[in-house]
Ligand binder design. Structure first.
Ligand SMILES: [Zn+2]
Length: 211
């Protein structure tokens, strides 16, 4: 699709291509790749570079078994063919994570809803539904948060994010995303640690909703 303005930063893309990105982030990256020709081309280029660096290493640096495993890994396409097809606003990788079923939305109050796709110590990935004009509770980050817009748009202190745009937020960013008026904003968001909600009520709800 065209019109995407916020893309996958190189270090993230390289980590994804090399298979070293945690699963929660990988899902967001894979979903952006399914929506963005530019990043798909860059991913393919990184994959080719990774392969040629290995070629030039020769066999001395890698034991035979390891070398073969690495080459086998590089032979696997970056963008795997999912078992599920895109459904409505949900690209194939999201449908894969949903197991082909519609999201199970849970209310977070103020019309905001979430559907957790996966959650473990390493991180979590969820769908967020934010009604038009509504703010997501003010939050900072303990780690890296990736947010990909699937429907509508939001704005925060750093800019505007429309369908296909990826926001990368880290420890330094305390932001207040607000959905644009009109259609609800639906995002795919991955975090590697609990968000630090600053107001008391969301903090109390945190263990319940696993925000
Ligand atoms: Zn892109």
């Amino acid at each position: 699709m065209t019109g995407v303005r916020h893309h996958i930063p190189d270090p993230l893309l390289v980590a994804y291509v090399s298979g070293s990105l945690p699963q929660a982030y990988s899902l967001v990256v894979a979903t952006h790749l399914s929506m963005c020709d530019d990043c798909r081309a860059r991913a393919t280029a990184h994959e080719a570079v990774g392969g040629s660096i290995l070629e030039s290493c020769g066999t001395a640096d890698l034991s035979g078994g390891l070398r073969q495993r690495v080459f086998d890994m590089l032979d696997e396409p970056v963008i795997e063919t999912p078992r599920y097809e895109r459904s409505g606003i949900f690209p194939a990788p999201v449908m894969e994570a949903l197991g082909g079923l519609p999201p199970k939305w849970k209310s977070l109050g103020m019309g905001v809803r979430q559907s957790i796709l996966s959650h473990d110590e390493g991180g979590s990935v969820r769908l967020l539904y934010i009604p038009g004009g509504q703010a997501v509770p003010d939050h900072g980050h303990n780690g890296l948060e990736l947010t990909l817009v699937l429907q509508g748009a939001f704005r925060d202190e750093t800019g505007r994010f429309g369908v296909g745009d990826l926001e990368v937020a880290d420890d330094d960013l305390e932001h207040t995303p607000v959905a644009e008026d009109g259609v609800a904003c639906i995002c795919l968001a991955a975090t590697d640690a609990a968000l630090r909600f600053r107001s008391l009520v969301p903090r109390l709800l945190q263990p319940i909703f696993r925000i």
